[in-house]
Design a protein around this ligand. Structure first.
Ligand code: SF4
Length: 317
């Protein structure tokens, strides 16, 4: 690990100001992803700004029935919160489906949104990876792709986005609040927050601009209906999704649906939502219309349809 300096800040304003005056600085909260990457040399910040003291660790009810989740709320606390369990169970279930108990106790809402890829080639610094080293190539293409994405793949990266929580937030139409370096704030719809890889050598993963800090995630008023998060993985816990389905299904069969494990970003489309009353095949076809599977991950097409079928059957009781 390369040497770095460290400071603690007490407010979000102090955090963005500290970042603005220190080239190469990074914010740190739970550290469950960043520290791992620093240990193997993929991330090498010159300075860490610890934001754990900024008070962004509350879940608040705000006007119009919305809920504001501070960026520092730990994953476990969010999943266990009474209002979340009652009105947004798809989010609670998505969080519980991810990582391990120890990690959920430490990981934060803001950090979970910004998880880096779990592509094995990203972690091997001897191999080319556009996400780690833009322009170097993609070792996964032509390599081991069983877990890789089949939709949202650009010309330069095919890794699936790993966060379960983000798939739950996508189906709920959450909004991400961020603070700019000058202390002003802006809101980013979750649909725009995660960025699919482009056709060029640039791999911008998130809609954040340099120096911006996530303050909170805001949930709209309750979506109602019956809510589901079903995750298919290689083992019963502590594994990333091969396919996951987050859904909010109303009594008449209409609703919303999003997928994890198949896309480079949490995957949802208007066509997928519109097909919900037509059955699993129609929904899968609508969501995966642009799929570009490879030999090793072709199975995700059928697995997606079957997982959707399971959720729709559960919704019917
Ligand atoms: Fe890197 Fe993405 Fe290719 Fe994996 S799939 S090697 S993360 S560019």
């Amino acid at each position: 690990m390369k040497a770095f300096t460290y400071e603690r800040v007490d407010t979000a304003e102090e955090a963005v100001a500290a970042n603005a005056r220190t080239p190469g600085a990074r914010f740190i909260a739970g550290g469950t992803n960043l520290l791992d990457l620093m240990k193997i040399g993929i991330e090498a910040p010159s300075h860490l700004i610890d934001v754990n003291g900024t008070g962004l660790d509350r879940i608040e009810e705000i006007e119009d029935g919305r809920v504001r989740i501070g960026a520092l709320v730990r994953n476990h606390d969010l999943a266990a919160h009474a209002r979340i369990r009652r009105d947004y169970p798809v989010l609670s279930r998505a969080i519980i489906a991810g990582a391990s108990g120890q990690l959920r106790n430490m990981a934060t809402t803001g950090g979970n949104l910004m998880q880096r890829t779990r592509c094995p080639y990203f972690y091997d610094v001897n191999l080319p990876c556009n996400k780690r080293d833009p322009g170097s190539g993609c070792a996964a293409m032509g390599g081991y792709t069983r877990r890789h994405a089949i939709v949202g793949i650009g010309g330069n990266c095919i890794c699936p986005f790993p966060s379960d929580m983000s798939v739950g937030l996508r189906v709920l139409d959450a909004v991400v609040e961020v603070m700019r370096p000058d202390g002003t704030t802006r809101s980013i719809p979750i649909a725009d927050f995660h960025q699919p890889p482009g056709a060029d050598d640039k791999v911008k993963e998130f809609a954040l601009e340099p120096g911006e800090l996530i303050l909170a995630v805001v949930l709209p008023g309750p979506a109602g209906g019956r809510q589901f998060y079903h995750k298919v993985r290689d083992r019963a816990s502590y594994a990333f999704a091969l396919v996951s389905v987050a859904a909010v299904i109303q009594a008449d069969g209409s609703g919303r649906i999003a997928l994890g494990g198949v896309g480079t970003i949490p995957w949802r489309s208007d066509a997928g939502d519109a097909a919900l009353q037509k059955g699993a095949k129609a929904v899968a076809d609508a969501l995966l219309t642009e799929a570009v599977p490879m030999d090793q991950n072709q199975y995700k097409l059928a697995l997606t349809e079957r997982t959707i079928a399971l959720v729709l059957a559960e919704a019917k009781g």
